[in-house]
Design a protein around this ligand. Structure first.
Ligand code: PLP
Length: 243
């Protein structure tokens, strides 16, 4: 942060998309302290943060260590079509954002806000059923990958909605094209890596029903059996970040 002095820093510390990783608390503290010391606004994207597979205590959110702008949403726990999110941050900033939003869209629609408040009144069962569903998808996808594609490596996730897979050879971009011809769309790691790395990686999500995940892995295995990688992949130049 000292070297680049960014105008703004944006992080997904918990169940990051695409890797599914969790930022250790010490690293989170150092990040917030550095951002605050250098006056860099730090956005903490908490949209996936509630999707923990196991209930229990969780590491503190970044706002425990200093000033951050936290954004959350109902889209991952409830439904992507319910366009209700929120921002927590210093009061003057939130007041400014509220004024800008009012100018921009005249305010979010009322029926969605009413649905959201009703859901938030009794959120625990909603969250429990969602986390049980994503956990089941995660466990099923990993089991199918271990069965049909044992050479692919992917660490288990502890939450979120994606697995970060490393191919034993080849590159994610050319394999994803082949997978598409088998009717499965997967995201090559390189398209999510602003530094042009992650060439051997793929992001797989586990949000589909188990029978769809089973069929998807069967097709990925068929594509993998056909796959002949080209020359060693090269680190690409700057890519667009896909969310
Ligand atoms: C980390 C993260 N933040 C934000 C979003 C966007 O969420 P929303 O549908 O609430 O705009 C996504 C979507 O996948 C995401 O993975």
């Amino acid at each position: 942060m000292e070297r680049h002095r960014p105008a703004l820093a944006y992080v997904v510390p918990r169940f990051q998309n695409p890797t599914g990783t969790v930022l250790p608390p010490l690293a989170g503290r150092r990040l917030v302290e550095a951002a605050n010391a250098l006056g860099v606004p730090l956005v903490d994207d908490e949209v996936l943060a509630d999707l923990a597979f196991a209930p229990g205590p969780r590491e503190p959110s970044l706002s425990a260590y200093g000033e951050v702008i936290a954004v959350g949403s109902l889209s991952k726990v409830v439904w992507g079509g319910l366009r209700i999110g929120w921002v927590r941050g210093p009061a003057p900033l939130v007041a400014r954002l509220a004024r800008l939003k009012a100018l921009h869209d005249l305010g979010s629609d009322l029926p969605s806000q009413l649905v959201a408040t009703r859901l938030l009144d009794d959120f625990a069962p909603v969250l429990a059923s969602r986390t049980a569903a994503v956990r089941a998808g995660h466990d099923h996808l990993r089991a199918e990958l271990a069965r049909l594609l044992p050479a692919w490596s992917c660490a288990p996730a502890t939450g979120g909605q994606t697995l970060w897979v490393r191919l034993p050879h080849g590159d994610g971009v050319s394999f994803a094209q082949l997978a598409l011809r088998h009717g499965v769309a997967v995201l090559p790691g390189a398209t999510t890596d602003a530094l042009g790395g992650s060439l051997r990686h793929l992001r797989l999500h586990f949000l589909a029903p188990t029978e769809v995940l089973t069929e998807a892995v069967r097709r990925l295995a068929a594509a993998w059996a056909e796959y002949t990688p080209g020359p060693e992949p090269e680190r690409a130049s700057l890519h667009a970040i896909v969310v």
